[in-house]
Design a protein around this ligand. Sequence first.
Ligand SMILES: Nc1ncnc2c1ncn2[C@@H]1O[C@H](COP(=O)(O)OP(=O)(O)OP(=O)(O)O)[C@@H](O)[C@H]1O
Length: 874
Amino acid sequence: MGVKLQFDGPFDPLRISTIEDDDEVPVVDEEEDEEDFAPHGAEITKYKADNPGQKQTAQTAKPGKKEKKAKKTKSKENDAPTTTQPPPKSQQSTDKKPDDLELNPDFSFDADGGLNLVGPSHPWDFTSVKAAIKQQMKDTISTTVDEKIERRRAKVNRAADTKKKLLADGESQEEADNDFMDDGSDDEEVADDEEGVIASDSLDDDSVDENAEGEEMFDDGTDDDESEGEQDDEVVTTQHRHRDSDDEEDDDDEPDDIVQEKKKAEYFAPAPEAEESTTEAFTSMRLSRPILKGIAAMGFVKPTAIQARTIPIALQGKDICGSAVTGSGKTAAFIIPVLERLLFRPKNVATTRVLILVPTRELGVQCHSVAVNLAKFSDIQFCLCVGGLSTKTQEVELRARPDVVIATPGRLIDHIRNSRSFNLDSVEILIMDEADRMLEDGFADELNEIIKNTPKSRQTMLFSATMTDNVDDLIKLSLNRPVRLFVDSTTSIANRLVQEFIRVRAHREESRPAILAALCIRTYTSETIVFFRSKAAAHHMKIVFGLLGLKAAELHGNLTQLQRLEALEQFRDKQVDFLLATDLASRGLDIAGIKTVINYDMPRNYAQYVHRIGRTARGGAGGRAVSLVGEADRNVLKMAVKNSRDEVKHRIVPSQVVQKYERRIEKFKDTVKEIYAEEKEEKEMRKAEMEISKAQNIMEHEAEIKSRPARTWFQTEKEKAQAKELGLAKHHADFGIDSEEPVSKKRKAASQFDDDAPKRTSLSGLSRKKKRTKLAREEDAKQLATQARVARSVKKQARPQKLAAVPEPRTFVPKPSTKRREGGFDSEMGVSKKKTPKKTVTKQEPVQKKKEPKKLGKVRSVKAFKSKSKFKRR
Ligand SMILES: Nc1ncnc2c1ncn2[C@@H]1O[C@H](COP(=O)(O)OP(=O)(O)OP(=O)(O)O)[C@@H](O)[C@H]1O
């Protein structure tokens, strides 16, 4: 309930398109208690969502109703939104309209002062979501992994003390044994920032050769003949090969490019240039007062490039395909125009008009939190609809028809199919954050299902740092002449992000845990996020870190939703120094102050690498990404070096250091096994507990349970698995990744260090939705499956045809290129081999090499890294 619109001043008819679900309802013809959104005398031009070019002039409200409406307005300040055209900055303090002051007496809008309001300490907050989860939780018989570690640390420490005493007079015991269980904070172990140790200036072509002559510099530190005493890491700055913007694609792709460019020219609407006025301040964007207040409260002073370009176009109701580097404010870029448009919604009937899709629950929670914060001076209602939270609570919330639903695709489809009276028929704006992610894996079909359920006339906006502009992909989303707003190249990384690479030789794969421990104890001691490919590896290192005395939280899909949110909060609030995460945390998460991202193992593709390292150096801050690069990671390394803005660095952790940590970790082996055993035991108990409560439930509520209609899903398990495979193949093709490339056996072996970890089951590798569905159907699988199939086929027949058929998946045929085989760690890092004559180290060099036969396998690699120690290696 709010105040009726009143306008008494000029209003730019091109500036805002309002949302409407019924053209017959003029914006100002709302009930008396509609809110006062627009400036006095303003004329609103509305654009139909399906026809942005069509204008409709709204009636001008009669002045004088304001006092009447004001009485009805909620006492809350946020119920008095008013669209204003703020005066020029210079006049703001003196030239305020009395009406403005009347409406918001306590709000002074000053581009420097007002916008400098201290925003929330973090743009997101999980308190309410956590509380909701806790409410529905039952007590379980389990202790946290931290408790298990702590108990054992105390035990092992006692054992170590006893050992020390016994050996007090002895001289034979290796010194390393004495720090058996230290806390990793020995002064001698904490090296200074290595960057200055050996790092040389950016190398020109000549200096590359000089470096190439000293090949031992590129040894990976695995020599056995290290000098006495612990050494600092070596960090060598190597040549960078930043591509010019007009040199972005490989030469091989040229014919493809021409076809794609032609398609793009036809498909995308021309993107207007960013207006200078809008890039300067949010106030120039003619946003309404409540939105400006929300922006100010977030502490945003000036729009970022993507915001400056997106907001005016989004306000016009146009479809957008947007991309900008990680941490550049894309979330606010799509939320602000949505909120602005929602302020003008007809309010006679509550309607869900905006749907924001995100790929992960955490991103959903974060996006919801940012949206709620930005809208806190309005009456816009939100519903968070992600997995891991109570379906029932969401059903209740959805029944109230919130203005905005923020959802993960799986949970949303669940509601569409199984929550009575919920549908997407009234959605006018569809936003997909991390849209390229949604187009891959198992999401593609889910997305198709969602799109099928939304009206064609909707406005659609897609965003990602690695957004695809491949027309064939976008066609599936049935966009309407989208505007392509690519502020940065999709391969770009943040400006102040320094990239380091550590080579992990094939025969040293098992040293990864020790290298990681050395990095985290000696160099990157806090505000560091470590990415793992597998949940098992993340969990294993959580235990190892705990035993080493490092404060770490883990974040992956094997945890409960509450544990996941708590891990993020602990890391955000600096209660722990390290977040050990899988790719679950690689996209979109915005945690202030992350200094370092470590890739324990490289992600499967370059896009994922961009997102992972994009967790640092956000919003103009600096950061560092350190990646452990194995033999199988050449492609990603190559892309990373090629797209680096500045030099990349090659870090060498001395073998002596690695061996020291290997010994230390080796000593925990039994303790780690004990912890796994205890976890296993607890898991069994929890399972038994669950079974009991399930049985009790069935006994008590049998009739009700049986009368409930079975929850349905839109595809069979088989279909979903196939979709995932196709998505992956397509994504690999996009990024030039050889889908056939086997996962290095050695790496696999290295990640299987936790031999007591749960083995693969029939549920492994399935999405949460699949798992849940599968588990839920366990009891009477056949019966329910049959019911579901029947229900599905009946519903399918009743449904309209899909808006766009999914095109045949492209079969990826690896290009016969010798280029890839040439690339070893050294050549990807831009370092020439020893015998390369200086003058031949030019840009033409790789082209010549391209024609060489494919024979640069292991032999080349060993040669390239030749060092004095090569004779000693086993
Ligand atoms: N105009 C602004 N002024 C200052 N800070 C801003 C502005 N807009 C957004 N931010 C802040 O910048 C940070 C990054 O924003 P956001 O998470 O939206 O980035 P993103 O581009 O979506 O990143 P990613 O690609 O990783 O998802 C956030 O902390 C956000 O609060």
